[in-house]
Design a protein. Structure first.
Length: 62
């Protein structure tokens, strides 16, 4: 019944309209966009730190 992601998006939008009202949808989308951006920035920062720690460490000489 709900096989495609589009079906789920429609269901989520309908639930938001029912419980939050149509005025809350842009606010929700804005906060979701900000959260996604923060997550992406945090992920990139973590990857950068990991790469720099591997690049700065010298291999042990045997």
């Amino acid at each position: 019944m709900f096989d495609s992601p589009t079906d789920w998006i429609i269901i989520i939008v309908l639930v938001l309209v029912l419980f939050g009202g149509a005025k809350k949808i842009p606010e929700f989308a804005r906060s979701l966009g900000k959260a996604t951006g923060e997550f992406t920035r945090g992920k990139m920062e973590l990857e950068r730190e990991i790469k720099s720690s591997f690049a700065s460490s010298t291999p042990a000489q045997v």
